[in-house]
Design a protein around this ligand. Structure first.
Ligand code: C2E
Ligand code: MG
Ligand code: MG
Ligand code: MG
Length: 288
């Protein structure tokens, strides 16, 4: 029996209607009220420096607990939010949550937060960030903004201006998913990134592909030359960690170090845990 309330209207779609579009429209409608209904939350995943044996920061990742569909992945709902424009509110909500978490719950560790190209394109983006920083009173040095290559190619000058303004506010900037976009290597030097995040697709191939390994080594060399920090994402195994460390990538994020989890349940690998991972990783691949 169908209810008449807003979020249970899927029965009005006739059988035969393109299921994909139908689902999309429903998700879009539900997403529009997800913040008000407190269905969104942030999970936090540690990023670790193997050499220093410590957590360098946590990445804030959105989670959506849908009332009837359960958890919906950000890879599914972010693109929809981007198309509908809802990402502007959701992104601001996520930034605010990340700032509050950094201020109150992570003992001075940095928090990085993802920003959509749609937010980045908005004229008032920098002002929005500034006002969230002011409202929450967080130390801006604790907040890192993650952008993807997509924001760079739109309009180079504008991207440079915005990144500079963010840095002037005291924030740091990371380039996320590096290697999956369309920007050329020469683009990198034109932007003031503090950190480059090597995409998981390279990490996944490290143990089986010589060329993936060569690419990652090249990215590491490039990052060093540009004095940028490098971090590998999606590290799941000791073997991957060992290879990365042996070719000079000391900062890792991935299930091996900790899964994303809510504030109270976030994993905080200790220096001993990290030393143990380093030891076992080098047992597998040697220190290079
Ligand atoms: P991302 O920013 O590249 O985040 C890393 C993704 O890899 C996360 O997926 C994380 O849970 C996952 N991951 C971490 N370690 C491992 C691992 O060892 N193995 C594997 N297979 N995966 C790992 P998640 O949380 O599903 O988020 C997917 C994407 O959604 C993010 O990719 C980001 O692009 C986007 N996203 C998440 N939160 C936000 C947000 O607040 N704002 C915006 N604009 N985008 C967000
Ligand atoms: Mg990210
Ligand atoms: Mg990424
Ligand atoms: Mg990604």
């Amino acid at each position: 029996e169908a209810k008449k309330s807003g979020r249970n209207t899927y029965c009005i779609f006739k059988p035969g209607m393109d299921e994909f579009l139908a689902r999309r429209r429903l998700i879009e409608a539900d997403l529009a009220v997800a913040i008000d209904r407190e269905e969104l939350s942030l999970h936090f995943q540690p990023r670790v420096n193997l050499k220093e044996g410590r957590i360098v920061s946590y990445e804030a990742l959105l989670r959506w607990q849908h009332p009837t569909r359960g958890q919906i992945s950000p890879s599914d709902f972010i693109p929809i939010a981007e198309q509908s424009g809802k990402i502007l509110q959701i992104g601001e909500w996520a930034l605010k949550g990340a700032c509050l978490a950094a201020r109150d719950h992570f003992g001075g560790a940095r928090i990085s937060v993802n920003v959509s190209p749609v937010q980045f394109r908005q004229k008032t983006f920098v002002e929005m960030v500034e006002s969230v920083l002011r409202e929450t009173g967080v130390d801006p040095r604790l907040i890192e903004i993650e952008v993807t290559e997509g924001v760079l190619i739109d309009d180079v000058l504008r991207a440079q201006t915005i990144l500079k303004s963010l840095k002037a506010l005291g924030l740091t900037i990371a380039l996320d998913d590096f290697g999956t976009g369309y920007s050329s290597l020469s683009y990198l030097g034109r932007f003031p990134f503090d950190t480059i995040k090597i995409d998981r697709s390279f990490v996944r191939e490290l143990t089986t592909s010589e060329s993936a390994r060569a690419i990652v080594e090249t990215i590491i060399g490039l990052g060093r030359g540009l004095k940028m920090n490098l971090i590998a994402e999606g590290v799941e195994t000791l073997e991957e960690a060992g290879i990365l460390a042996s070719i000079g990538c000391q900062e890792l994020q991935g299930y091996l170090l900790g899964h994303p989890a809510p504030i109270g349940a976030a994993s905080h690998p200790t220096p001993d845990d990290i030393a143990d991972i380093v030891m076992r990783a080098f047992d597998l691949v040697g220190p290079g």
